[in-house]
Design a binder for this molecule. Structure first.
Ligand code: MG
Length: 157
């Protein structure tokens, strides 16, 4: 069994939704990013790559590459799952925390878990997503951006 961790953050910008775990959440702002700026998926992709010692998301999907402009982060995860399957890894479990003041995530957590479980080819009982605020401290507390961290286990078959 192998363990990986991942972290990502993005800045808010004018917009009308954020993508989190592949789920579109209406909000009064958007996220500045080359791709769709899904911090949760980016943290999970980095954790998966880290568990397999396969580098990081920036190496696989450079933000200087026009191919990835506006790219769906669910597709980043699909590509990484293909890499892992080629190396005979499957996902054991995922635990993730999204750190944000707003929007409130609780009503969306089940939908996010379901989407992630599909992408990762596991059951929802293997996918945990939590949300916390930063108690109004720092850039997240001031509502300037959003962050996520994730831990995953991979099982080698
Ligand atoms: Mg990112």
């Amino acid at each position: 069994m192998r363990i990986g961790c991942g972290y990502d953050s993005h800045r808010f910008m004018p917009g009308d939704h954020v993508m989190l775990g592949g789920v579109k959440i209406p909000f009064t702002q958007g996220v500045a990013a080359h791709s769709d700026g899904d911090v949760l998926l980016h943290a999970i992709v980095d954790a998966l790559l880290g568990a397999a010692a396969l580098g990081d998301i920036g190496q696989h999907f450079p933000d200087t590459d026009p191919r990835y402009a506006g790219f769906s982060s669910s597709d980043f995860l699909r590509e990484v799952m293909d890499l892992l399957q080629a190396q005979h890894y499957r996902v054991g479990n995922v635990d993730a925390t999204v750190i944000l003041e707003l929007p409130k995530l609780n009503p969306r957590i089940q939908a996010i878990r379901e989407h992630l479980a599909n992408l990762l080819s596991v059951s929802m009982t293997q996918v945990s997503v939590k949300a916390t605020t930063n108690e109004k401290m720092g850039f997240i507390g001031r509502g300037e951006g959003i962050a996520a961290m994730s831990v995953v286990t991979l099982i080698s078959d």
